[in-house]
Each structure stands twice: as C-alpha cells, then as structure tokens.
Design a protein around this ligand. Structure first.
Ligand code: CTP
Ligand code: CA
Length: 472
C-alpha cells in the first residue's frame, strides 16, 4: 500500500519529469543551438569552447519550464569588455531571426526564445578550479560535479524538491525571490539523499545550518561562521570560498522550514502547485481595506531602467531606509511591502495604524539627579518655540511636550521624497525616477490602479489576505 505522501511525490515527479519526446526535443534543440554558436564563433574568427550547462546538462530541469543555458568559454587573455561586444554579437548572429533580449548579470549575455523555450547564451572564462575571473566561471564546474555525483533516482528527487520550492514561492536565487537556486536544490539532495529526507531534516533546521560535504572546514567550523554571515551555509563543493545559499533570505529560509513541517503533517499537492489567488472585486476590496481601520499608503513611481536584480536590490534597500525613517518619526508601522512590474510601475506600500499623529510629542528629559543635564534641558526647552507644554517633572525626570515636526504620514513621505530622497537613503536609480515623478495614493485611492492592473490586484489581494498560500 502506498501512503499519501508517496502518491503525492509520484504525481509531482510525473508532472515535472519530461517524457521521452520532450527530453528529445530539448536536447536536440540544445545541440543545434550549440552547433550554431560554434559555427558563428568560427565565422567570426574568435575562439571559444561552447558547452550546454545548467539544468538541461544536469538533467534536472522541470518539464514545464525548460531553459537552455549555452556557455561560451573563452581564454583569460580575452578582455572582459569583449563579452559585451564581439561575443554578444556572435551570439546574436548564431540566433539570428529569434526574439533576442540583451541581458546583464555580472556581465552581458544574450537571452532568446525559440519555440517557447528560453535560451541563455553566456560568456565566461576557461579557468582552473579556484582561479575564477568572472562570476559564471564556476558553472561548468557545477555541471561536472553534479553530473558526476547525482544518479538517476536522485535527479527525480531534485525535480520534486525544485517543484516544492516553486510551490511555496522559494525557488530562485534572484534578489526578488531571495530563495533556493537550482544548484542549491541539487546539493541538498546530494547531501540528504532524497526529497523526503530533506524535508524531514529541514523541518528541524536551527539557525546557522552548515553543510560542507567536501569537509573544507573540518575542525574549523567556527571560522566558517566568521567568513559567511548567512543563516544557512552550504559550502560550494567546487569553491570553498562560496556559500551556495548566500542568496537565501532569512524569511524564505523560515518559510521553507515551516512549509516542510506542514507538509509532513499533511502531504498535499498544494505545496507544489500554489493556487491562483482569486482577486477581490472592487467592492470587496474597499470593504476589506476599510475594515482594517488602518491607513494604507501607496507610493508609486515610474520606470527604472536597469536589470531586475539591481532594481530589486535598490527597492529593498530603499524600503528599509523608509521604514526606519517612519519608525524614527513615531508612525506606527504595521507592515510594508514593495511591488514592481519591472516595467512601468514601482511601488512602496506602508500600512500605518493612524495616518495622523497628535501635534504634541512627549519628550523625556534627564533624571533629576543629573543636575547639569537638567540645567541644559531647561535652557533648551523653557519658553522655546517648539515647546507646547512644560517643562515639568514626572516621577524622577524632566518632561516637555513639544511640537511634532510631521503629523501626517503622507506629508512626511511627500516632503522627504521631493528631490528623490537620497538624503533619507533612497537608492540612486530610484531617486532619479522619483525626482521625475511620484504619486502618493491613500486607501481607496488605489482602486483605479487595482482595477487596471491584474498583477497588482493579485498582489494586493494577497497582501490583505496575508496568509501563506499553503496554509489551509
Ligand atoms: N548559478 C549559480 N548561482 C546562481 C545562479 C546560477 O551558481 N545564483 C550557476 C549554476 O551553476 C547553475 C547555472 O548557473 O547551474 C545556471 O543557472 P540557472 O539557470 O539559474 O540554474 P539551473 O541549474 O539551470 O536551474 P533551472 O532549472 O532553474 O534553470
Ligand atoms: Ca537554467
């Protein structure tokens, strides 16, 4: 008799594993592309070794999201600049006629689409292990490490784990997600042997999980924690100086731990396939927002021309600065979020208990035994323009009630964003966009955007619901 858990895993495996036909289609496509790139390289009279890398090479790709990674490995005498010029041009030539997008991670690469399959053509250097020049130089080493160590049954386990990460929205090392990369999933399976063992052990993970299966830090575990300041450390088997889990944010790590526990209690497909959020209609939305009796402030601004990772990095950094400012000025922040369509709209959302604070603010002075400090305090506040009431004594200290600089959260944000907001920690590219245009909408004023933009509507519905998707 099979258990529910086994049945769920078997179903997921079936849905995520490409069948023979699909496998053949992707592998043929990858081979053809590789040959085309090789031919274009020859024709251009330059040198590069072309290889298929990533999950297609490792046979760990998910059936409904095939993505082909083709790497051009070049000699270390080639200047980095050439990646963005001659190598990019050659990649374009090789894929002439396909839809092409120039992308940029640490350096430029080309993305194109062929029959609904995304293809990345990425330059990197041919190096000895450990002598990395560009960030992508490790990738061929990852491919060989995984192909060497991961057997067929383990590939199945990787696919189940990747799909689980997808289902709980924790898949991907990009900054927007801050989750688990494909390679990290592969390493977890190599270490724990199976999906279910990974889940069982993750359910008990404590702060500071360390996985170092090449034993690079045997006997010096403490050193490891000094080098990597992350909540989970998985030492890259091909590079002892790199934490494969460096991108995993604390929140995503904990969501994975919590989801693992819940899944063990109730193995269910919902952990693998998140249900589409049913968007609230306008009336329900307004009712739900109103019932909170809070103030939702939407700070909207326009296009920021940069790559996704930089955009999200800047959004998160600026969000932290704004959050700190609001707290410093005593606004009672309930929650804050960022949203972006990565095209035309970027948004910070701040939910505060009250839009307005009282005009007066209680300010604690020194305790009475500090004679000199008391004297200075009186000099400063007695009869001062900002003093509304006091000074007087409460218990053992001087007190004054003074005028608050900002009483309206909307004015507060507006004033500070004028001119871009660099002085309060808004990141550079965002500050530029904000200087050109920003708009603040409060509560129901968001309705128009909500009705016009499906993705935003999903986001806001999710926000108001606030519950992790896999919780019943
Ligand atoms: N890579 C990495 N760290 C990242 C992103 C990528 O080391 N944060 C390397 C890995 O060697 C990975 C390769 O780049 O195998 C390709 O990246 P990606 O396409 O993101 O991962 P895949 O393993 O191909 O997984 P997926 O199925 O998600 O495409
Ligand atoms: Ca890939």
């Amino acid at each position: 008799m099979t258990t529910v858990l086994e049945r769920v895993c078997a179903y997921v495996l079936k849905r995520t594993t490409p069948n023979r036909e699909e496998r053949l289609r992707i592998i043929t496509l990858a081979k053809n592309l590789k040959q085309k790139v090789e031919a274009a390289i020859m024709e251009a009279g330059i040198e590069a070794e072309i290889g298929v890398e990533g999950s297609v090479a490792k046979d760990t790709w998910l059936r409904n999201e095939p993505e082909i990674d083709i790497f051009m490995r070049v000699l270390n005498t080639v200047p980095r600049k050439a990646f963005g010029t001659v190598y990019l041009k050659t990649a374009k030539k090789a894929t002439y006629g396909l839809k092409q997008i120039e992308r940029f991670a640490e350096h430029p690469y080309l993305e194109c689409m062929i029959n609904n399959v995304r293809v990345n053509i990425v330059p990197c250097y041919t190096v000895e292990q450990g002598e990395w020049i560009s960030a992508m130089d490790r990738t061929p080493f990852h491919t060989s490490y995984i192909t060497k160590h991961l057997d067929q049954p383990s590939k199945n386990e990787v696919r189940i784990l990747k799909q689980f990460m997808r289902g709980i929205d924790a898949y991907g090392a990009e900054i927007k997600v801050g989750g688990f990369s494909g390679y990290l999933c592969e390493l977890l399976i190599l270490y724990y042997k199976s999906f279910i063992e990974t889940i069982k052990l993750a359910a008990n993970w404590k702060r500071g999980v360390v996985i170092d299966f090449e034993g690079y830090y045997d006997g010096v575990k403490e050193e490891l924690k000094k080098i990597f300041k992350n909540h989970i450390i998985v030492v890259d088997p091909v590079d002892k100086g790199r934490n494969v889990a460096a991108a995993v944010r604390e929140k995503k790590l904990n969501e994975f731990i919590a989801a693992s526990r819940a899944f063990l209690k109730n193995p269910d497909l919902k952990f693998f396939y998140a249900q589409e959020e049913k968007v609230l209609d306008a009336e329900k939305l307004l009712y739900t927002m109103k019932a909170r009796k809070s103030t939702l402030v939407f700070v909207m601004f326009g296009r920021v021309k940069t790559v996704s990772d930089v955009l999200w990095g800047q959004l998160f950094k600026s969000q932290r600065s704004l959050r700190k400012m609001l707290q410093k000025y005593s606004f009672k922040l309930i929650r804050d979020e960022v949203w972006s369509d990565e095209k035309n709209i970027n948004m910070f959302i701040f939910e505060v208990g009250d839009r307005f604070l009282p005009s007066i603010k209680k300010h604690l002075g020194p305790p009475i035994e500090k004679r000199e400090d008391c004297e200075k305090f009186l000099q400063k506040y007695l009869g001062a323009e900002l003093t509304i009431s006091g000074p007087r004594i409460e218990g053992n200290r001087w007190i004054v009630e003074k005028k608050r600089e900002y009483t309206d959260v909307v004015t507060f944000i507006t004033e500070n964003l004028k001119g871009g907001g660099r002085h309060i920690g808004i990141a550079n590219l965002l500050a530029k966009a904000i200087t050109d245009y920003f708009e603040i909408l409060v509560n129901e004023e968001i309705l128009q955007i909500y009705s016009a933009n499906d993705e935003f509507a999903k986001f806001l519905t999710k926000y108001l619901n606030g519950r992790l998707g896999w919780l019943v």
